[in-house]
Write a protein that binds this ligand. Structure first.
Ligand SMILES: *[C@@H]1O[C@H](CO)[C@@H](O)[C@H](O)[C@H]1NC(C)=O
Ligand SMILES: *[C@@H]1O[C@H](CO)[C@@H](O)[C@H](O)[C@H]1NC(C)=O
Ligand SMILES: *[C@@H]1O[C@H](CO)[C@@H](O)[C@H](O)[C@H]1NC(C)=O
Ligand SMILES: *[C@@H]1O[C@H](CO)[C@@H](O)[C@H](O)[C@H]1NC(C)=O
Ligand SMILES: *[C@@H]1O[C@H](CO)[C@@H](O)[C@H](O)[C@H]1NC(C)=O
Ligand SMILES: *[C@@H]1O[C@H](CO)[C@@H](O)[C@H](O)[C@H]1NC(C)=O
Ligand SMILES: *[C@@H]1O[C@H](CO)[C@@H](O)[C@H](O)[C@H]1NC(C)=O
Length: 454
């Protein structure tokens, strides 16, 4: 609005008025550029060259008071300047009015420069941010924020080209923490340069913040003997990484007590076959700024031992179903992994290829597992269950069930004649005994198979 008004007046001033000597008069203002600190006041002297000026004054929205006057000048006090504005001084001379405008720029120097490091303690290789913020500084276009690291410029930002809406006197940078950054002094410097507005240069700095970098690689876990034999005593040692500062607290799994600070934790271990594949772990912990941090190192123990053929991995009795694809099941234990060879009727039997089971496959197989520490052998009895056998056993079960039902019925019936009960039971008992004998002879036969050795 003001600008528009001024534009129109400027246009009017340009329109030539015919023949008036008074047209030669001039209007001037002092100062010709005004920079005023926010809320402060400004003295403006409007003057003219017109020898006998008519009505004159100052046009502004600010609170104004005339504080001085001469034949060709008027001085005004403008108070409580809080916004940029343009004011006009005007004089008329023999019916012609002329004016001059004065731009008033309000400024606020950087009274507070706030810089923060996030986090104040950072692990090597991790990101940290430096933020600098200057509350209520103006005009932003003339502000420059400079981030310094040990008094060297790290980053510089000005606000000349930013859209008004997004303006905030702030700068943030992110960086990866390097070991050399430890104990570096960071600070932020703010500069408000009003020289182009006829003002001065204002600057201020933030307090220094010191960045702390800590190193925390996982602890070092070592086994004296990388591939111990079963039964060997080994020293397991856990120590803090040399780059860890300050030194961490170490907890070695299985070690009886905590070592003194800076000392390694160790454990004397008598290895057994069961320890093969077991994981040993060591945890290092460090307190940083009241926060408990921890890192764990795990290593796997490899214990060497000679082959073993256990019932669980290599059963001594195996039953195959006739007509089904079958494999001899035998997984030896041992470290290094043993090689397994099985023979059947004096021939090497391929364990990897499934066999269509026939009654001929029944028999004793002999398996031998070998690694460089030794070998172990075992006989495996394979029984092939024929399909016919399966059918006859089903019929057998049906007969047993039918017999059972019959016996119960008879027993219930005999309950009505208690005196004859015992005599009637006898035939049934004899049958039971006969069955026991049958199964016993089958067991003896199987034992005979097993007695045979490779
Ligand atoms: C105002 O400006 C005029 C013209 O430059 C000058 O003569 C006068 O002394 C000034 N007034 C004051 C109070 O400085
Ligand atoms: C600079 O900042 C400090 C504190 O932030 C403040 O006390 C001081 O007045 C400021 N200096 C200037 C020139 O604004
Ligand atoms: C201050 O800002 C104004 C407006 O963007 C610009 O014209 C002027 O050159 C700036 N002055 C300095 C010293 O940067
Ligand atoms: C960081 O600042 C402190 C004082 O504030 C000073 O003693 C130290 O030398 C500075 N360090 C560097 C690397 O400049
Ligand atoms: C195990 O190693 C640690 C560290 O090297 C050592 O201090 C400790 O005496 C060793 N223990 C035995 C029983 O050798
Ligand atoms: C030991 O750790 C490895 C991986 O590091 C894992 O694959 C294995 O299963 C662990 N063994 C045991 C016994 O937990
Ligand atoms: C195999 O079975 C027979 C009888 O069924 C038994 O006597 C023998 O102990 C078993 N052998 C193994 C190794 O389990």
């Amino acid at each position: 609005m003001e600008m528009l008004l001024f534009g129109v007046q400027a246009l009017l001033a340009l329109i030539p008025c015919p023949g008036a000597a008074e047209e030669l008069f001039e209007v001037s203002v002092w100062p010709d550029q005004a920079v005023v600190k926010y809320g402060q006041s400004l003295v403006v002297n409007c003057s003219t060259t017109c020898p006998d000026p008519g009505p004159s004054g100052i046009e502004t929205l600010l609170k104004k008071t005339q504080v001085g006057k001469g034949p060709q000048w008027k001085e005004f006090l403008l108070e409580d300047v809080t916004q940029n504005s343009v004011l006009q001084c005007f004089f008329s001379c023999a019916g012609v009015q002329k004016d001059i405008s004065l731009g008033v720029t309000v400024y606020q120097p950087p009274e507070q420069v706030i810089m923060e490091l996030q986090p104040a303690w950072v692990a090597v290789g991790e990101a940290f941010t430096v933020t600098c913020h200057v509350p209520s500084v103006t005009p932003l276009e003339n502000l420059t924020l400079i981030l310094l690291k040990d008094n060297q410029e790290l980053h510089r930002k000005d606000f000349r080209n930013l859209a008004v809406a997004s303006q905030r006197a702030e700068v943030t940078i992110s960086a990866k923490a390097q070991r050399e950054d430890d104990r570096c002094n960071f600070s932020c410097h703010a500069e408000l340069d009003l020289s182009s507005h006829g003002g001065g240069l204002f600057h201020n700095s933030s307090a220094i913040r010191v960045l702390r970098i800590f190193g925390f690689p996982p602890p070092i876990l070592e086994i004296q003997e990388l591939y111990p034999l079963a039964g060997m005593d080994i020293n397991v040692t856990c120590s803090g990484h040399v780059l860890t500062s300050p030194s961490p607290t170490l907890r070695l799994q299985g070690a009886p007590d905590l070592p003194a600070p800076g000392e390694p934790a160790w454990l004397l271990l008598t290895t057994s076959e069961e320890d093969d594949g077991r994981n040993l772990s060591c945890e290092a912990s460090l307190e940083v700024q009241g926060q408990q941090l921890s890192k764990t190192t795990v290593i796997q123990l490899h214990v060497l031992y000679k082959p073993r053929l256990e019932e669980s991995g290599c059963p001594g009795n195996q039953t195959w179903l006739e007509g089904m694809e079958q494999k001899l099941a035998c997984v030896p234990k041992g470290n290094p992994t043993p090689a397994l060879v099985c023979t059947w009727n004096g021939m090497i039997f391929d364990l990897d290829v499934p066999q269509k089971a026939t009654l001929n496959h029944a028999g004793i197989y002999c398996c031998t597992a070998t690694n460089h520490l030794g070998s172990a052998s075992k006989d495996i009895a394979v029984i092939v269950q024929g399909l016919g056998e399966g059918v006859s056993s089903t019929i057998f079960i049906i007969i047993i069930v039918a017999l059972g039902v019959g016996v119960i019925t008879i027993a219930l019936y005999l309950n009505y004649r208690p005196c004859k009960k015992e005599r009637r039971k006898l035939p049934y008992r004899q049958k039971e005994k006969k069955k026991e004998e049958e199964s016993q002879s089958a067991a003896q036969q199987a034992e005979k198979y097993n007695a045979h050795n490779c």
